[in-house]
Write a protein that binds this ligand. Structure first.
Ligand SMILES: O=C(O)c1ccccc1N[C@@H]1O[C@H](COP(=O)(O)O)[C@@H](O)[C@H]1O
Length: 212
């Protein structure tokens, strides 16, 4: 199976076009205002409309209210909702039921014990994303260019499709996939020329390295 690639934090036409031309399977729009990658629903809608079909459009939220999700969905059609905060399994289930959009739950990983919640989320989410635990007190729960110990994933039975994230770059993604046994990867910082600004050449290099 080819490795799935998600390019997250798209907020420019050149970033979007590069991700699609390079063969990304999923693209992410960040609906979390403190992020340097945040977009409004209208901005995401305008970007998405540049290409009919193509990659799954993912909306990234951090502990969203229903109103925030509804506002995003009014601006752009999403194929997947990424929950990257402290959402509980009940909250993930409620979001999935209310909006009828598949849900991917992000879990921060630093040690074995961090996998404990996989079993509770598995019945109510469609995918998992495993990211580094954010630095304590930091402003962002993800998108921090921070890798975790990929060997914690090796040989682990995850009962849903999943993506590996956190500090991935074109230079380390092949090794990360091999070590973790990852069926897919997600990147934001590693394809940026400056924080929040995607670089088409880095996007192309990343997708080629992940799928190569
Ligand atoms: O990208 C962001 O700004 C962001 C904000 C809040 C939560 C998650 C965010 N990004 C996600 O974080 C991981 C890892 O990103 P990076 O490659 O280490 O920068 C990835 O899943 C992004 O989707």
């Amino acid at each position: 199976m080819p490795v799935e690639v998600k390019i997250c934090g798209i907020r420019s036409a050149e970033g979007l076009d590069a991700a699609i031309d390079a063969g990304a399977d999923l693209i992410g729009f960040v609906f979390f205002p403190p992020s340097p990658r945040a977009v409004t629903p209208a901005e995401a809608g305008a970007l998405s409309a540049r290409h009919a079909g193509g990659p799954v459009r993912v909306g990234l939220f951090v502990d969203p209210t229903d109103d925030e999700i509804a506002a995003a969905l009014a601006g752009v059609s999403l194929g997947l909702i990424q929950l990257h905060g402290e959402e509980t399994p009940d909250r993930a289930a409620a979001i999935r039921a209310r909006f009828g959009v598949p849900v991917m739950k992000a879990l921060g990983i630093a040690e074995e014990a961090d996998f404990a919640s996989v079993a509770a989320f598995a019945p109510v989410v469609d995918r998992f994303l495993f990211d580094a635990r954010p630095p304590p007190g930091g402003p962002l729960p993800g998108g921090n260019a921070q890798p975790f110990e990929w060997r914690l994933m090796a040989g682990r039975a995850i009962p849903r499709p999943w993506l590996l994230a956190g500090g991935l770059t074109a230079g380390n993604v092949a090794e990360a996939i091999r070590t973790a046994g990852a069926p897919g990867v997600d990147v934001s910082s590693g394809v940026e020329r400056t924080r929040g600004v995607k670089d088409p050449a880095l996007i192309r290099a990343f997708v080629a390295a992940a799928k190569g």
